[in-house]
Structure formats: structure tokens, C-alpha cells
Ligand binder design. Structure first.
Ligand code: ADP
Length: 495
């Protein structure tokens, strides 16, 4: 029955695909069929039956030569294309099996869908990676900036220290003058190192506020001696205002550190005029104001200055942009507030440090340095792998009447402990490649003495962890003579 039209059509379809062809007359009644009905999930039709009885799906269709239903689902397992071909006498409905192609297409679509999901996942992953990379790049840049800044900032005072030490050693300079310059630069160096360490740890929040009593006059005159020389070089006048004889309870070290940062900036960013430091007591708050007649900070930049690495002006003297960030962290750590109160390009800037009045009892130590031989008859052992530090501690503690043994390593320390009657041990944490905590147990068990640890800038967390390791107290480095002696006396039960 298959005439040339059907043949031609079937040839145009891909070879090897099953088909079922039904011939219908003008009334669309089935007159013949050929092909594999079973392959398409169909039974053979009855002759003379209307095509719509056999394929009800077609009931609404208008047959013309363009008629085609692509991918018709006969049932779950069979899919075919249905085409209508017209010839002179009969017409033909040709059902071409598309089951396999359909399933492949479906699989492909599923794959494309999954592929899309995977691509999206990858896209998100790539975006996250990009962000992480940018963060890393920023951190690297910050590190590079920090190193560049450090080598500059630390190099300058170090050059003075080395230069003036040499002058002193060669007797080329008045001792008093030389020592003052060396001391000033060392103080600045200490300040820089502290700032850097705090920034590195980013844990100013972990700092223990240490409230002490101080006369404002004493605090301000120390600040003046630090700031005055640089202000003088720039011919800036330094004005200091405070009420007479006022004694306040504050965290002296941190307050000083913040005010030095502010005063340094005031001098750094002023070319002429003045730098002023003021104190007043307002609404139960200590208010320290640092005022300058400098270059000022543009309005739109003022919000940024407390963020790390922010520099506002391309100014001749540049810092690293971490001073204010660190100062604000320190201020928060001691429960205070640091703010830019006012700044204009015309008049300069006012920064304010506002500290609430503390109800906490000051932890002022008794100044045992003023007492005569408070530790007479007692012996201590100091362990540090740096001989200069050992010498310094010996000089610091000489007037106390202590007998001081020193060791640069744990081996000689143990020998000294064995041979002498030692009442207390002070040790550095890193002794060459050895850490002091690995010997702590042994010393404490065998000799039953308190062991004090010296550590650079101990934070709350460090102090806690050292104490849980068994150290009796932590002494902060750089060592303060007065508090070193006070801590030793406390742990010798002499206080
Ligand atoms: P830096 O080490 O660069 O001085 P800071 O964090 O102390 O870093 O200050 C951040 C930026 O704020 C400075 O680079 C400077 O542009 C601006 N700044 C800070 N203090 C002053 C001031 N007193 N006058 C003008 N600009 C200031």
C-alpha cells in the first residue's frame, strides 16, 4: 500500500526507525495499514473504522499537508511523531518511532539541567574563591604596608639610638643630653612595637584594664616631654591645660598610649600654630582633648579615619594609618570612647578621649623601690637567654636586698636550683628552642617554688592560659621596675 509519497517521506526520516503507516479514505476511515504497530505500543486497527476511534487524540485536528505532532506520547514507553500525508486518492497517517530519541533528548535535557546546576555551583564557588583571593590580596597588601611602615618607623628611632650610643661611648656628647635622646627614641620605639603587636593580634579587647591612681599634672608632664621635642622642631607651640592637683583613677598605660598617638598626629599634621592638650571633668567623665591648628580632615573622609590603613590626605609626613584604629580599640578595651569632635581644613582638628569615672579601687602597687632592702635574705633565680635582660633585671632588683642567681638555659637553671636555696623563679617563655612550660612541672614539683613568667604584652587570654599551665604570675615585658619588684614581693609573701 505504501505509495511513493510515503516512501519518500520515510526516506527523509532517519533510517532504522520503526514506523506504522495507516491509509485513510476521504471520510478518514482506515482502509489499509503497514509497519509495526506493536513497536509503537499499538494494536493493528480495524478496517473501515474511523481514524478517530483508533487514535482519539486526533479528533480535534484539522488534517492538512503540514500536519505534524512531534513527540506524541502513546504511553509511558512509546513516543512517536505523527505526520499526515495527502495523495490523490488516499491520505496517510505515518507514525514514526521517536522513543529512543525522546529518551536521549530527555536525558540530555536532564543532563543540561544538572550541568546548569553544577555550572551555577561552580560559578558561586568561583565567586567565593575570587572574594577569598581578594581578601588574601588585601591582607597581603596590608602585611606589605605594615612591613614597609615598620622598617621606616622603627628604623628612624633606632638610627638615633645607635648614633647617640656611639657618640656616648666615644665621649663625643654630653651624657645627660645623649641619654635623654636615647630614652625618648626608645620610648617611641616601644610605642610603635606595642601598636604593631596589638594590631597583629587584633585583640585589644583581650587587654586587662589596669586602673591606677595618677596626678594629671604628672601624666601631662610625661606626655609633654614625649611630644615637646618634635613640636619644637616644627616650631609648634604646645599648650597644656589641667586643673591643679587633680588625682584621677585610669588605666594609665593605655590612656597614655592613646594620647601619645593623638598628640603625635596633631604634631605630624600641623605645619604651624599650636598643639593643645586639655583635661576636664564633665558629667562623671574624664575628657581629654587634643586640639591642633593643622591641615584638618575633609568632611567626607572623617568617617574613615578610624579604619585600619586609612590615610586621608596625601601629606608629606605619612604614617601607616593604624594609629587611630589601634587607639580606638584600646579606648574600647578600657571602656572609653575616642572620637573626632571637630575638624575643618581651615582651623584644624579636635580629638576627644572620654573615659567614664571608675568606681574600681586603683591597683596601685606600693613602691617597694623606696623601701630599704625589702627582700633581704631571699634568693631568686632569673632565667632568660638574653644576657642583657639578665643584667638589666639584676640592676633593677639590686636595691631590694635579693640574692639573684641567673641562668641562660634550663640546664644551668636546674643545676642552680639543686645547689642553692632558691625561693622564687622568674623565667622568660622562649629559651632558645625550649619553652619554659615544658620544665614548669618539674621545677614546681621538685623545688616547690613560685614561678613567674615574663611575657611581651600579655593579654587577658594569654594570662589565663599561662596561669592554667601553672605559672604563678605573668610579668609584662618591657619590664617595669616597680611592678616587677611588687610581684616578686607578693609571691615571696613579704607584702
Ligand atoms: P597615620 O599613622 O597615617 O597618622 P592614623 O590612624 O593615626 O594613621 O590616622 C589616620 C589618618 O587620619 C591619617 O593618615 C591622617 O590622614 C588623618 N589624621 C589623623 N589625625 C589627624 C590630625 N590631627 N589632623 C589631620 N589629619 C589627621
Amino acid at each position: 500500500m505504501i505509495n511513493t509519497i510515503v516512501n519518500k517521506f520515510l526516506l527523509s526520516q532517519k533510517k532504522g526507525q520503526g514506523y506504522f503507516c495507516i491509509a485513510v479514505d476521504e471520510q478518514l476511515k482506515i482502509v489499509d495499514y503497514t509497519g509495526e504497530a506493536k513497536l509503537l505500543g499499538l494494536k493493528n486497527p480495524k478496517y473501515k473504522a474511523p481514524i478517530f476511534d483508533y487514535l482519539p487524540i486526533l479528533v480535534t485536528e484539522l488534517f492538512d499537508s503540514n500536519f505534524e505532532i512531534p513527540f506524541y506520547n502513546i504511553d509511558h514507553d512509546h513516543v512517536c511523531n505523527i505526520n499526515f500525508l495527502k495523495s490523490d486518492k488516499l491520505s496517510y497517517l505515518v507514525l514514526v518511532d521517536k522513543t529512543e530519541i525522546f529518551h536521549v533528548t530527555q536525558k540530555y535535557q536532564q543532563f543540561a539541567h544538572n550541568d546548569n546546576i553544577t555550572k551555577n555551583k561552580f560559578k558561586r564557588l568561583a565567586e567565593n574563591l575570587k572574594k577569598a583571593k581578594q581578601k588574601l590580596k588585601k591582607a597581603n597588601q596590608e602585611k606589605a604596608t605594615l612591613i614597609a611602615m615598620l622598617s621606616h618607623e622603627l628604623g628612624t628611632p633606632l638610627t638615633s639610638i645607635l648614633g647617640y650610643t656611639e657618640l656616648l661611648l666615644n665621649n663625643d656628647i654630653n651624657t645627660d643630653k645623649g641619654l635623654k635622646i636615647i630614652h625618648r627614641n626608645a620610648v617611641y620605639l616601644k610605642q610603635m612595637i606595642e601598636n604593631t603587636l596589638i594590631f597583629g593580634r587584633s585583640e585589644a579587647g583581650g587587654i586587662n584594664p589596669h586602673i591606677e591612681e595618677i596626678k594629671i599634672q604628672d601624666l601631662f608632664s610625661t606626655l609633654n616631654t614625649i611630644i615637646f621635642p618634635t613640636a619644637k622642631i616644627k616650631q609648634l607651640s604646645v599648650q597644656i591645660t589641667y586643673p591643679d592637683n587633680d588625682i584621677i583613677n585610669i588605666d594609665i598605660a593605655r590612656t597614655k598610649q592613646i594620647l601619645i598617638n593623638l598628640l603625635n598626629n596633631a604634631v605630624k599634621y600641623s605645619d604651624e600654630g599650636f598643639v593643645e592638650l586639655k583635661y576636664s571633668l564633665k558629667n562623671n567623665h574624664h575628657v581629654f582633648s587634643v586640639i591642633d591648628s593643622g591641615i584638618g580632615i575633609p568632611q567626607d573622609q572623617q568617617v574613615n579615619i578610624f579604619s585600619p590603613w586609612e590615610r586621608v590626605n596625601e601629606y608629606k609626613t605619612q604614617g601607616a594609618g593604624i594609629g587611630l584604629f589601634i587607639s580606638q580599640n584600646l579606648a574600647h578595651a578600657i571602656g572609653a570612647n575616642l572620637k573626632l569632635k571637630y575638624s575643618s581644613l581651615e582651623f584644624g582638628s579636635i580629638f576627644q578621649l572620654i573615659i567614664p569615672l571608675q568606681n574600681i579601687e586603683p591597683t596601685n602597687e606600693i613602691d617597694y623601690l623606696k623601701k630599704e632592702n625589702p627582700c633581704r635574705g631571699k634568693s631568686i633565680l632569673v632565667i632568660d637567654d638574653d644576657n642583657d635582660i639578665l643584667d638589666l633585671i639584676q640592676v633593677f632588683l639590686q636595691p631590694s636586698g635579693l640574692t639573684i642567681f641567673t641562668a641562660t638555659n634550663m640546664l644551668s637553671a636546674q643545676l642552680l636550683l639543686k645547689k642553692n636555696n632558691i625561693d622564687l623563679v622568674v623565667t622568660d617563655y622562649y629559651l632558645g628552642t625550649i619553652k619554659a612550660d615544658s620544665y614548669l612541672d618539674k621545677i614546681k614539683r621538685k623545688h616547690k617554688v613560685p614561678v613567674l613568667l615574663m611575657s611581651a604584652l600579655p593579654s587577658k587570654n594569654f594570662e589565663k592560659s599561662y596561669k592554667s599551665q601553672g605559672f604563678d604570675a605573668v610579668i609584662s615585658k618591657p619590664i617595669d621596675r616597680k611592678s616587677l619588684l611588687a610581684t616578686i614581693i607578693k609571691h615571696l609573701n613579704l607584702g
